[in-house]
Design a protein around this ligand. Structure first.
Ligand SMILES: NC(=O)c1ccc[n+]([C@@H]2O[C@H](COP(=O)([O-])OP(=O)(O)OC[C@H]3O[C@@H](n4cnc5c(N)ncnc54)[C@H](OP(=O)(O)O)[C@@H]3O)[C@@H](O)[C@H]2O)c1
Length: 213
């Protein structure tokens, strides 16, 4: 049995947990306020899910998903995620997160900053350009015509492999952007952001993305 540690239990965290449990994963999920605030969610998810602190969720996961507001990335626990694949769903909304000048100037990427903070982890961008509601509803079996595709990026091939496999189980084709330095191509407000697209369309949209917006 594979356990996914999920840090962040909001729109995206809870949806990934729902689909993961449906697929047979065990899930340990945490937020900032404490496990006691997640009793409704874990009751809904059933016996393959439990609530924990963020650090406990990180430690319990064979791999992890971090899905907190971007501004909180420096609070993510480092030590329990070291050596693990960490799927980062974050997007930068300066209106919500405050300004990060290196992102405003196009000198960094959101997932690149998460990777710098999570020393020793293998960060992969994932699930950042799909609306939370679609995670449980828009997947289809492999080989379906016009199957929806999602992008990933990582400096670690094994992280790309894991995300590719997970996307497929969730019902999506994967498109590998390359290293995290290139992951701006799927950040907020680029052509690939938020729209439903198949793999060919996603590749085209990634290719025509502007570096800054
Ligand atoms: N909503 C979407 O459709 C969507 C789609 C793709 C990507 N994203 C991106 O994914 C990320 C999460 O989005 P969301 O919509 O799921 O956000 P959300 O609904 O606001 O949920 C955020 C979650 O993060 C938790 N959290 C905040 N600070 C934390 C910390 N320091 N340690 C542990 N947990 C913490 C919150 O816990 P508490 O409530 O206890 O504070 C909450 O459970 C964002 O960067 C967002 O831009 C969102």
């Amino acid at each position: 049995m594979t356990t996914i540690g999920i840090i962040g239990a909001g729109h995206i965290g809870s949806q990934i947990a729902r689909k993961a449990v449906e697929l047979g994963y065990d899930v340990v999920i945490g937020n900032s306020r404490g496990p006691e605030t997640l009793s409704d969610l874990v009751n809904e998810l059933g016996p393959h899910a439990r609530a924990a602190t963020a650090a406990e969720a990180a430690a319990a996961g064979d791999f992890a998903v971090v899905t907190v507001p971007f501004r909180a990335y420096r609070n993510l626990p480092v030590e329990p995620l070291a050596g693990k694949v960490v799927i980062d769903t974050n997007n930068y909304y300066w209106e919500r997160d405050g300004h990060f000048p290196e992102l405003d100037k196009g000198e960094a990427t959101t997932s690149g900053l998460v990777q710098k903070h999570l020393e020793g982890a293998k960060v992969a961008k994932g699930f950042n350009h799909i609306n939370f509601a679609d995670i449980t509803t828009s997947g289809t079996p492999a080989g379906t015509a016009d199957r929806r595709a999602l992008a990933t990026a990582s400096d670690f091939p094994e992280a790309v492999e894991l995300v590719t496999r997970l996307y497929d189980e969730f019902g999506f084709d994967a498109v590998n952007i390359g290293p995290l330095d290139e992951s701006w191509r799927v950040e907020r407000d680029r052509p690939a952001y938020g729209v439903r697209q198949n793999a060919a369309e996603l590749k085209e949209n990634l290719g025509r993305a502007p570096r800054t917006i």
